[in-house]
Design a protein around this ligand. Sequence first.
Ligand SMILES: Nc1ncnc2c1ncn2[C@@H]1O[C@H](COP(=O)(O)OP(=O)(O)OP(=O)(O)O)[C@@H](O)[C@H]1O
Ligand SMILES: [Mg+2]
Length: 323
Amino acid sequence: MWILGIDTSCDDTGVGLVRDGVVVVNLVAGQVALHQVFGGVVPELASREHLKALPILVKEALAQAGIAPKDLSLIAATRGPGLIGALLVGYTFAKGFAWALGRPFYAIHHLEAHIAAAWPEGLDPPFLALVASGGHTHLFEVQALGRYRLLGATRDDAAGEAFDKVARLLGLGFPGGPEIECLAQEAKEKVPFPVPLREQKGYDFSFSGLKTKAVQLVEAGYPAPALAKGFQEAAVEHLAQVVLRAAKDTGHRVLLVAGGVAANRALQARFQEAGLTVHFPPKGLSQDNGAMVALAAWRRHQAGFSPSPLSLGATAYWPLEEA
Ligand SMILES: Nc1ncnc2c1ncn2[C@@H]1O[C@H](COP(=O)(O)OP(=O)(O)OP(=O)(O)O)[C@@H](O)[C@H]1O
Ligand SMILES: [Mg+2]
């Protein structure tokens, strides 16, 4: 069974093809150069770029898989959350494609898709899922597919956003996560950063203090590699401390770490030594992509969820607990 998955929630055009739960093609067209001069994603430009890239990527994905549109059994797209104009491009395209082919359509929550990317075949809930990306740092208890309890979230910046902002401060490129990771690896020494919210009883995250600390240390003239290493260690340690406390309190021993930040090797190492069973997305599936949307649709189909009505619109705001 072939599933086409599309994600246009922000500035990446993602098109993926999944066959019986296995990713066969995963194409992502980024827009970094387009937005770079503005210092952030310009929503209207992102939408227009999706419009140009999407039909080309869908054609290319089908060609790479060696299949025709009629071979698709199911079409899925991200319904939200995200930039509404950007979402609308992929979501409306997918609905139109499904209608034209006479195939069922699944409206997918972007965070469920991130979680699906890290969710190994055969693992049954309940478990914990940390989504750490450019727009989210959310810790969920996954009770079942489609049943999520939010345990904690960031009070200010998302983890990936903090990596991006500190990278910019250090004069590095975008996205900042991989740049900081690279620079930290080269560092011979580190400037220690305080780990945020050490004393809290709950499961909140906060990254704005680390950002302020980075500004102060840059002004004080500390070298960038030592700063990158110190920042990365504190950010990773903060994520680990909150998640491990939640694991201890709830008794869960299995954890999924998803979203763009899950690609960070220092983070992977820290969680792997934590004594939990931890799953990360395979390479290429942690950042926004279309295959993760198809994987979520495959899970929904397997679990017997009904397809979504084509009358359902995209939405910028959509808590995962309501998906
Ligand atoms: N190796 C890495 N270390 C740390 N952060 C990373 C790494 N690789 C990518 N990131 C971060 O991941 C983020 C992008 O992830 P993703 O594409 O999942 O997020 P998004 O789509 O921007 O946000 P959301 O999924 O919340 O809507 C960026 O902030 C980027 O810096
Ligand atoms: Mg994302």
